[in-house]
Design a protein around this ligand. Sequence first.
Ligand code: FAD
Length: 397
Amino acid sequence: MASSQSYEVTVVGGGLGGLTAALALRQRGLRVTVLEQAAELGEVGAGIQTAPNASRVLMGLGLRRQMEAIHTEPLDQVRRRWKDGGIVGLTSLGRRVKEQFNAPYWHYHRADLHRILLEACGDPDGPGPVVDVHTASKVVELDRTDPARPVAVTDDGRRHAGDALIGADGIRSRTRDLMGLPDTLEFSGEMAFRALIPGDLIAADPATRWLMDRFQSTIWYGPDRHLVHYVIRGGEYLNVVACVPCTDEVAEKWSVSATAQDLVEAFPGWDDRVPAMLSKAKEDVSAFALHHRRRDPVWMDGRVALLGDACHAMLPYQAQGASQAMEDAAVLAEELGAVTAAGVEGALRRYVDRRAKHAGMVQDASLRNKTFYHLPDGPEQRARDEKLRNFDGESDL
Ligand code: FAD
C-alpha cells in the first residue's frame, strides 16, 4: 500500500461525524486538522443510540473498552400503542443482535462519545500524529486557487491548507454552500422535543418505576406523533425524544427551550404512563424543527468532499444520522489511507461511490417512517401493527 503519511486533511466541523473521521484518518497515518466554530468542543445534552452498523465502526477504531465504560445496552426494542400502551412489537436487541451482526446495540450520552473521540484524537500513544483541533474557528471561505491544496479560511482570516478538505459541518453546512452545491434542505413540518429525565425521579414513582426494571428502547406510535425513550448511563437518565407537529415559533427559530408542561401537553389523551413520565422532565428540555436533505449523490468537487449531515441529513426516524456519518468516516479513511497525495481526488470519488447510495437509502427509509409511525387509527394502522407483531422475538441479553 502506498504511503499516505505525507499529506494533510482539513476537517471542517468537530461534531460526531467530523471527530470520527479525524480519528479514522489519524489511524491511517494522515495528518489531520479539525476546525470547529464553537469556542468549546462538546455535544448537546442528549442521548443517542447506535445500532451494530455504527458500533462496529467505533470498535474498529479501537474504542470498545471506552465505549463499554459509557454505554447502556438495551435488552429489546418495544413498540407501544399510544392510547393504552399495548405492546404491538418486541424485537430482541441483546445477545441476538450481537450474534447476528457481530456488534452490539448501544445507548449512551452524546457528550460521553464526543469526549472519547476527542481523547483518542489527542492520545499521544495512539497511532499516527495527533489530530490538531482548533476551536473558535468558523470557516467562512474556501480558497481553491490551487485545486491540489484547498484552503479553509476562518472568520478571523486564518488560512488552513490541506491536500483534501472534508466538510463535516452539519445540516446547515457552510462548506456545502461554498462548494456551490444545490440547496437540498427540506422542512418536515415536525419538531422533536429532547429531554433528559433524572433516573432517580423515574425510579421513585411507582407509576414510572417499570421503566427502570428492564432497559429497553421504546417507541410509542400515535396519530401524527411518536415518542422514543431509553435509559442512558446505566440509569442516570431516561432520554426522551418526542416528535410532534411543529409550532410556528419552533419552525421560525429552529430550536427553542421548552418545559415539562409543553411535553405533557403535546401528548393529550395518551396512556397515563406517558404524562407520568414526561412530567418529570425538570430542565434541559428543548424543541428542534426537523429538517432533512433531499437525496443527492453529489458530495464532492475536486479535493473537497462532504460527510454526515452536510450531505445526507435525515429525519431521526431510524436513529441513523450520526451512525451514517460514522460509516462515512470509516470508508473515507479506508480510501484516503490507501493512496498518496496524488491520488486524493480518485480516493474521494471512491468514497462517495461507496457511500452515497447507501446513505440515500437510509434517508428515504427514515422519511417513510414519518408516515409509518404517525398513522391515524384505522385499517392502515392495524395493518402496520400486524406487520410489527411479525417481528416479535424472544428477548435476552
Ligand atoms: P453535527 O453534529 O451537526 O456537527 C457539525 C459540527 O460542525 C458542529 O460542531 C458545528 O458547530 C460545526 N460547524 C458548523 N459550521 C461550521 C463552520 N462554518 N466552521 C466550523 N465548524 C462548523 N443519529 C443517530 O445515529 N442515532 C440517534 O439516536 C440519533 N438521534 C437523533 C435524535 C434527534 C432528535 C435528532 C435531531 C437527530 C438524531 N440523530 C441520531 C442524528 C444525529 O444527531 C446527526 O445526524 C449527527 O449529529 C450529525 O453529525 P455531523 O457531525 O454530521 O453534524
